[in-house]
Design a protein around this ligand. Structure first.
Ligand code: NDP
Length: 441
């Protein structure tokens, strides 16, 4: 067993919210430079403990240690980036008659953060850092399966000097603790990452109090490969875009759309790349993909091998204990097949062919989701046309990147609303206030 921790309930949520409420005036009133210094101290503390946190995350989530190290790097960078924010929460001055009007950004208050198990501390950091920078205090509810890095984070925040009550972590079930956060009258906003189904219920619950909500939900992103692309580069990049984190990634490019004239050649190249993927012990330095998070997740992923689309080829996976699932490529897949429409959240890629640019755009948009995606082509004008035509929150051209600390990230359609990261995230953790100062009469 990795760890045993007490399971929080509604009472602990209420206590955490009360503490966050008590800490709010002090944290909000800190001069911007002091709040910036506190966030830098926290980033320093996290950097000191980077390897420990990476190992904890790898062991708890079953992710490859090399990935976990990269994620902890992003966690630290996220706190450093938003440490610059308290002194840059700028407003506008607006010309009006009879005086001076200007805007300021105010903290929301106590913010509830509900996070998933796929990138536990990374996604928590995307919410914690801008929320704290803007002067809010927080109650974080990590997923029950992966609470360890968030609990350790709370200890490190205290060691870094953050006052009691500024950061609170409640490790308990979503249906009790998460729901209580949504319903609690002293929680001003919920920032959520998880399934579209739970996101929908959170939005409905929050509506009763007009509570602010941001939602990062599911995805079914397209990786669009045109015949004129550097096929070798596209094939080399495709596996990590869908099998990274064992496919448990809302940005997974799990629909690979390939122009029909190069389909055979692309599949040949892809097969070689998939065969080379190293699936194994998360703590082995050479591992690229670990097991799935749970038995039920493996059952859910397996259900997509339902015979609707043929298995073209699979990579390898260890036998025996562990929720292993070999990286799997289905081809040819019809756009109406279940695997082409629903989020798998596991290492299965659906390869679909298209005829021309219009067909590619039509298929890429044939989804209720719109979170991420890639386009591979050597034709720059086409790349930009297609990028504008696909309904999705983030897109890469000849690359796979979805998230950077300094650029906004979030979804179109049923992938959610609101943006994380970049300067835009601060808007989601503040209210805009207009002040008029009369100068005449
Ligand atoms: P959920 O959406 O159920 O869980 C995400 C978070 O919400 C967890 O902290 C969970 O708590 C909490 N939660 C669950 N129910 C409620 C509720 N009624 N009120 C408030 N909070 C709640 O995702 P799962 O972990 O069950 O994963 C299921 C599927 O969701 C995946 O297979 C995948 O398709 C998708 N998903 C998408 C993610 C993304 O990054 N967009 C991330 C994770 C999942 P707890 O776990 O403690 O119950």
């Amino acid at each position: 067993m990795l760890a045993e921790i007490p399971r929080a309930g509604v009472e602990q949520v209420d206590e955490a919210v009360a503490r966050a409420k008590q800490a709010l005036p002090g944290w909000r009133a800190l001069p911007p430079g002091a709040r910036a210094a506190a966030l830098h101290a926290l980033a320093d503390k996290l950097a000191e403990h980077r390897e420990e946190l990476a190992v904890l995350e790898a062991r708890n989530a079953g992710k490859a240690i090399v990935d976990a190290r990269g994620e902890m790097g992003m966690v630290i960078d996220t706190f450093r980036y938003y440490a610059g924010a308290p002194e840059r929460l700028l407003g506008d001055t607006i010309p009006v008659a009879g005086g001076q009007a200007f805007t300021v950004r105010e903290a929301l208050g106590v913010v509830g953060l509900i996070t998933p198990w796929n990138f536990p501390l990374t996604i928590a950091a995307w919410k914690l850092a801008p929320a704290l920078a803007a002067g809010n205090t927080v109650v974080l509810k990590p997923a029950e399966l992966t609470p360890l890095s968030s609990l350790r984070f709370a200890e490190l925040a205290r060691e870094a000097g953050l006052a009691d009550g500024v950061v609170n972590v409640v490790a308990g079930p979503g249906r009790t603790c998460g729901q209580r956060l949504v319903e609690h009258p002293d929680v001003a906003k919920i920032a959520f990452t998880g399934s579209t189904e739970v996101g929908r219920s959170i939005a409905a619950g929050a509506a009763a109090q007009i509570k602010r909500v941001t939602l990062e939900l599911g995805g079914k992103s397209a990786n669009v490969i045109f015949a004129d692309a550097d096929l070798q580069a596209a094939a080399a990049a495709a596996p990590s875009a869908v099998f990274g984190n064992a496919g448990q990634d809302c940005c997974a490019r799990s629909r690979i759309l390939v122009q029909d004239s190069v389909m055979d050649r692309f599949l040949e190249l892809l097969e070689t790349e998939v065969a080379a993927l190293r699936v194994g012990d998360p703590l082995d330095e050479s591992t690229q993909m670990g097991p799935l998070i749970s038995a039920s997740q493996r059952d859910a992923v397996s259900s997509f091998l339902d015979g609707q689309a043929p298995v073209a080829f699979r990579g390898s996976a260890p036998e025996g204990a562990g929720f292993w699932f070999a990286p799997t490529v289905l081809a040819p897949v019809r756009p109406s097949d279940r695997v082409a429409q629903e989020e798998v959240f596991g290492p299965i890629a659906a390869v679909i062919s298209f005829s021309d640019e219009a067909d590619a755009v039509r298929l890429a948009n044939d989804s209720m989701y719109g979170l991420s995606g890639s386009i591979w082509t050597r034709d720059g004008a086409r790349a930009l046309r297609v990028a504008r035509a696909i309904d999705t929150g983030v897109l890469s051209i000849n690359a796979n990147t979805s998230v950077r600390v300094s650029t906004p990230f979030g979804g179109f359609k049923q992938s959610g609303y609101g943006r994380e990261l970049g300067p835009h995230a601060l808007e989601a953790y503040t209210e805009l206030k207009t002040i008029f100062y009369a100068t005449e009469g």
